[in-house]
Design a protein around this ligand. Sequence first.
Ligand code: PXL
Length: 276
Amino acid sequence: MKRIVTIQDISCFGKCSLTVALPIISAMGIEACCIPTAVLSTHTGGFTGYTYRDLTSDIPDIAAHWNRINLQLDAVYTGYLGSFEQIKIVSDFFDAFKTNDNLLIVDPVMGDKGKFYAGFTMEFAKEMKKLCRKADVIMPNLTEAALLLGEEYTESGYDESFIKNMLIRLSRLGSKIVIITGVSFDTSSQGVMSYNSETGEFFSYFSDNIPGYFHSTGDVFSSTLAGALVKNCDMGKAIKIAVDFTVECIKHTVGYEKEHWYGVKFEECLPSLMNM
Ligand code: PXL
């Protein structure tokens, strides 16, 4: 059985980060361990007055204990990180747990639709770039890709060579595999493009573009992709599973946007992920 540790916050209500990653990884038949980086009463996208308890100082002690019990990890998958110090500590965690055959997977969560999430800045993006340098796989959305490259966000009107060029430049940060999510060349489809800097291979996979904004789909995609890669799916298959499952969760939420504006109803789709 494979084992992933995912390092991100717990938003107690709101269906994102750990409350999405843990069930998805478990449903894929992978042992899910976690390091919660902070506890929030809700996520920050659309709620006001949320609580935030920082758990950064617990991370080195958890890492030290895991070292003492010689815990082996098939992958370390990071999502939302809340401070410069957290990035630094996660970077130390990478150094402590990297082996020749495990995967360091970074979703550089910082923003969407051309905007930072609450509390993120350009300085944070510069720090995140350093973490991406150590990763084997990074999976920014188009907004985060632009932030990592220090450029303006291009919302639409780009073509395949524009994204390929971004992928190549992002790979120069240091990771072997780069995946850009939220790519759309026309209004009817949306998907992802990836680049493997060792083989020079590009891969794209597109599905239906469903109008509207659906929270937590980035976390659904990244958790599924991390699981598929750890289960040794090739890149094409891993991306297809992650996109298809994310789109299924979105379609399942269409019509329930009022009650479920804060996150997609991924739970009822988990049986289908297990079958994939
Ligand atoms: O889904 C990414 C995410 C994770 N964690 C927190 C967030 C967000 C996005 O808004 O607010 C706390």
